[in-house]
Write a protein that binds this ligand. Structure first.
Ligand code: SAM
Length: 321
């Protein structure tokens, strides 16, 4: 660890060759990779990554080596760690997909649960006190709607929740507005609010996995924000994009991937960008300020699903063909 902190790459390599324990974390949870990263010693970081030191170990403050490199302003070190993270996660993801996933789409448990809208429509909660959607996301949804529906056209939204993004899409007077929603309680709420009677609105009740593949329509703007699904599911959705999106169409999604650590979040942003590129789509990230630090916001909520710093949060993704 001393050699790593000092940037003595020869000594580090010697120690690695003699079998030194490069996974060791001290009482602060720091390891050799973290010490090298916060000091910006790129050659040591490379040596440790080559030796298999995990890019994503956390210290006791919840920071990984990449967070520490960023905090200390060492961009080239952070880039090395980002590349290591992207490679590791993509290999892992490919492996998991090859082994086959057991389930797809929202859990049976979620679909069976009664959902509850609170009186002022600030929250949609499931039966286990987990928030499905919360009103603090309003400005975020406004920005997503602006990205996908600013020029009108035919718009698709997957996941109604509190209807925030759909209200924002409606304000932009789209030519048509298709909404896919699977939960019976949410669907009932949509009918109660008269969404099915709004001009140009079409509600498709069911899982997007079932209703979209056979839909012979194309869209100018698409937004995706589901619940109780995994990254795998979103990847399956992304594969449909080249067919669903018109040339020059815009796609955006709620980017809650790894939203409890800024560096992991950045790694997932890069993974999405590369996956989009493989589908022939180019990606642009728009950072938005989020302030969810007031503990009142999370009172009674079991899943604090956004924990990132306000101004560094990167949550809007637009994809252009
Ligand atoms: C986070 S909420 C969406 C919030 C919405 N963007 C808003 O602005 O209020 C997620 C919604 O996606 C729905 N959903 C989850 N999985 C789905 C699926 N496979 N197909 C269609 N809807 C799904 C949930 O029932 C829930 O209403």
């Amino acid at each position: 660890m001393n050699a790593a902190a000092k940037g003595d790459v020869h000594r580090v390599r010697e120690l690695l060759d003699s079998g030194a324990d490069h996974l060791y974390q001290d009482d602060k949870g720091q390891n050799a990779l973290m010490l090298a990263s916060m000091a910006g010693h790129d050659s040591v970081v490379e040596a440790l990554l080559e030796a298999g030191t995990p890019w994503n170990a956390l210290d006791k403050d919840g920071n990984c080596a990449g967070d520490l490199a960023m905090l200390a302003g060492h961009q080239s070190t952070a880039n090395l760690l980002l590349e290591a993270g992207v490679r590791a996660e993509m290999v892992l993801g490919a492996l998991e997909r090859k082994l086959g996933k057991e389930t797809a789409g929202p859990s049976h448990d979620y679909l069976q649960q009664r959902l509850q809208y609170d009186a002022d429509s600030e929250r949609l909660m499931d039966a286990d006190d987990r928030a499905v959607m919360m009103a603090w996301e309003g400005p975020l949804m406004e920005a997503h709607a602006h990205a996908v529906a600013a020029s009108g056209g035919d718009i698709l939204n997957v996941g109604f929740g509190l209807g925030l993004v759909d209200e924002a899409i409606q304000r932009r007077r789209p030519r048509s507005h298709t909404i896919v929603e699977v939960h019976p309680d949410v669907h009932a709420r949509m009918l109660q609010l008269g969404w099915h009677q709004r001009p140009g609105v079409r509600i498709l009740f069911g899982r997007w996995q079932d209703v979209l593949p056979q839909l012979g329509a194309q869209f100018d703007g698409i937004f995706f924000d589901t619940y109780s699904e995994f990254y795998d599911d979103m990847q399956d959705f992304h594969v449909l994009l080249p067919r669903l999106l018109r040339p020059d169409g815009i796609y955006s999604f709620f980017h809650g991937l790894a939203a409890d650590n800024a560096f992991f979040h950045a790694v997932y942003s890069e993974i999405v960008k590369r996956e989009m590129a493989s589908l022939g789509l180019s990606t642009q990230f728009v950072p938005l300020p989020i302030n969810v630090t007031d503990p009142k916001i999370w009172e009674g909520v079991r899943n604090k699903y956004w924990q990132l710093d306000t101004s560094t949060a990167c949550c809007l993704l637009g994809v252009e063909q």
